[in-house]
Ligand binder design. Structure first.
Ligand code: R5P
Length: 299
């Protein structure tokens, strides 16, 4: 198993759970930024796993996956599995307007031409992305580890909130796991105002309840902050947040800390550096989920 540079602690935690060592790989870059990875293990006839999140810097990490794949396949492995805990570009899963790419499909094709024979990822923005791959995809969920963290909070009168219509299925599964009701919010995103959204209405009863907002990604934090404010205005007593991917751009950490939120539970699908950590943050590790999924194919 090799790690790219984006999330070495998660790769190390998965390797430890599997009882294997991470393979040695040199990820040297030339002065102009060109990557020249060098695999320093004998991978012939082996099942090789490469773990790397396609997080910021996304294009840099995509090229790591592509060139690591090419380096490994030239040494005749038995098979190669790409573990991509966070798949960057997954929000561009359709042409939102004419003239745009379907970026998630392009990423799928890039992994395939790099000769990965299987792909594992966690909470893809849209289930349909699985269909962009011709190779088998194991689509893992952070639901269990996030729900376990929520259960520890022993919340009074909880309700699960989907902050937008696109997240209803995710929230419904979460509500089902916790055996609590679900409410949907309506969010509007303007195509010409990147990274900005507005919350319009709450469809369901939230007054006097503890809201658990469930989302796949926190990027600017705008969705969560706007949703929390609307929920509090509608009579919610307190707000807890669960999300899988800590994209956490710009002032997200500061804004989440200042927002009316009790706890924000995220996973380590993306490495959260010290400067993006804040007092309300709890991080649940995906290592057991990924190791469990890999245990059938390695060792
Ligand atoms: C969008 O549909 C996603 O599910 C998230 O709600 C979104 O990416 C969050 O972005 P931000 O934190 O910038 O509001």
């Amino acid at each position: 198993m090799f790690s790219g540079s984006s999330n070495q602690p998660l790769a190390a935690a998965v390797a430890e759970k599997l009882g294997i060592q991470l393979g040695k790989v040199d990820l040297t870059r030339f002065a102009d930024g060109e990557l020249r990875p060098w695999i320093q293990e004998d991978v012939r006839d082996k099942t090789v796993v490469v773990l790397n999140s396609l997080s910021n810097p996304i294009d840099h990490n995509v090229m790591e996956m592509v060139l690591l794949g090419d380096a490994i396949r030239r040494s005749a492995p038995k098979t190669m599995i790409a573990v991509v805990p966070y798949m960057g570009y997954s929000r561009q899963d359709k042409q939102h307007r004419v003239g745009e790419p379907v970026s998630a499909r392009v990423i799928a094709k890039m992994l395939e031409i790099s000769k990965y024979r299987e792909v594992m990822s966690v909470d893809l923005h849209n289930d349909a992305i699985v269909g962009f791959f011709q190779v088998p995809v194991t689509h893992l969920a952070a639901l269990t580890i996030l729900a376990d963290e929520v259960k520890k909070l022993k919340l009074v009168n909880p309700v699960v909130i989907s902050p937008d219509v696109g997240g209803v299925k995710r929230a419904r599964n979460f509500a089902y796991a916790l055996d609590v009701p679900m409410v949907v919010m309506e969010k509007k995103r303007y195509l010409d105002r990147y990274d900005q959204s507005e919350t319009f209405q709450i469809i369901g009863d939230v007054s006097g309840k503890t809201a658990i907002i469930v989302d796949d990604i926190i990027s600017t934090g705008g969705t969560i902050v706007n949703s929390a404010k609307s929920l509090i205005a509608a009579g919610v007593k307190s707000v807890v947040v669960c999300a899988t991917h800590a994209v956490m751009t710009g002032e997200a950490a500061k804004n989440l800390e200042a927002a009316p939120l009790e706890t924000v539970i995220l996973t380590d699908s993306i490495l959260i550096p010290p400067e993006k950590r804040f007092s309300k943050l709890k991080v649940a590790s995906l290592a057991p989920v990924i190791a469990q999924a890999l245990s059938g194919v390695v060792g």
